[in-house]
Design a protein around this ligand. Structure first.
Ligand code: ADP
Ligand code: F6P
Length: 321
């Protein structure tokens, strides 16, 4: 009898550690007696039958690599029910008994629809933004933050030499998690995030106050969801007389070799996802909570609200000057 197949796809923005998750899903499934098919370019590859058989060997030498070897893409057509039904027929034709979908909220919506159509799907949170409600951690977040910290440390050297203020924009489409933690880690004078109101007059007063105390350089970390770093730098320069420069870090934050944390999380979550599919369970997201990997219904996961770490924000404001 033909072996049952598990499909794995990555969708939405890539994140370091996605490869480690693909590897974990593949190796776990093979260990448990399944065949594994890599679905290329997210849900597009499913609709276009772009498949690649994954073996133990084909996922070797990727645990340490950023990006995703099975590619990622956005597929707006997957929001239409007729395409979900088409995808279900393709899964049946391919003898696919379940799919692991690695990505963010949008990816989970697709996984929920496909589960409803009858193909059990499990979501794994993979996004540098760490903005998935049901999970305290998303794959890629730690690597991206370490990349940001390395870049801010470099900017700090030149800001110190020129006695300047550096205004940097870090990724986070709607979320300030990267900005907050890297701001704390780099001693930023201010962190500007979409979750909290900010007062430019207060930031300017603080810069003036600490310049008077002898501080030479300043770092302002701005989340992408707020944006406008050029304008902020101009405002600071005009109000303080301190030369200011804006830098947008951009997609460099999404690349690079995943950190230990991302590799371990990806391996644990990938393993857990296959355990669920083995039991015939679908429509779940694997998350991380209170030090443990767990699973939750996709709709419930999508309806949760992720709290912003206001205490960390307060610490930033009280000690970073
Ligand atoms: P992320 O998964 O990182 O949030 P996107 O929001 O771009 O990224 O979503 C990734 C993909 O998931 C989309 O291109 C689409 O294929 C699928 N998707 C998003 N929203 C839905 C939805 N409401 N129903 C079905 N599929 C969806
Ligand atoms: O969601 C992850 C993310 O990196 C966001 O922080 C950013 O806004 C977005 O993806 C960028 O997406 P794209 O690769 O399409 O430019």
């Amino acid at each position: 009898m033909e072996k049952k197949k598990i499909g794995v796809l990555t969708s939405g923005g890539d994140a370091p550690g996605m490869n480690a998750a693909v590897r974990a899903v593949t190796r776990t499934a093979i260990y448990k007696g399944f065949e594994v098919v890599g679905i290329l370019r997210g849900y597009n590859g499913l609709l276009n039958s772009e498949f690649r058989t994954l073996t133990r060997g084909s996922v070797s030498d990727i645990i340490q690599r950023g990006g995703t070897m099975i590619y990622t893409a956005r597929c707006p057509e997957f929001k239409e029910w007729e395409n979900i039904m088409r995808a279900k027929e393709i899964c049946e034709r391919e003898n696919m008994c379940g799919i692991v979908a690695i990505g963010g909220d949008g990816t989970f919506r697709g996984a929920a629809d496909l589960s409803r159509a009858g193909v059990p799907c499990i979501g794994i949170p993979g996004t540098i933004d760490n903005d998935i409600q049901c999970s305290e951690y998303t794959i890629g977040y730690d690597t991206a933050m370490n990349t940001v910290v390395e870049m801010i440390d470099k900017i700090r050297d030149t800001s110190q030499s020129h006695e300047r203020c550096a205004v940097v924009e870090v990724m986070g489409r709607h979320a300030g998690h990267i900005a907050l933690s890297t701001g704390l880690a780099c001693g930023a004078t201010a962190v500007i995030v979409p979750e909290m109101p900010h007062d430019m007059d207060a930031i300017v007063s603080r810069i003036k106050e600490v310049r008077a105390m002898g501080k030479k350089q300043f770092i302002i970390v701005v989340a992408e969801g707020v944006g406008g770093v050029d304008k902020i730098a101009k405002e600071i320069q005009e109000a303080t007389g301190i030369e200011s420069r804006a830098t947008v870090f951009g997609h460099v934050q999404r690349g690079g070799s995943p950190t230990v944390r991302d590799r371990v999380m990806a391996s644990e979550m990938g393993y857990y996802a296959v355990e669920l599919l083995e039991k015939g369970i679908g429509n779940r997201v694997v998350g991380y909570k209170d030090g443990k990997v767990y699973d939750v219904d996709i709709q419930e996961a999508l309806s949760m609200k992720k709290p912003f770490n206001e205490r960390r924000y307060k610490i930033c404001n009280e000690i970073n000057f």
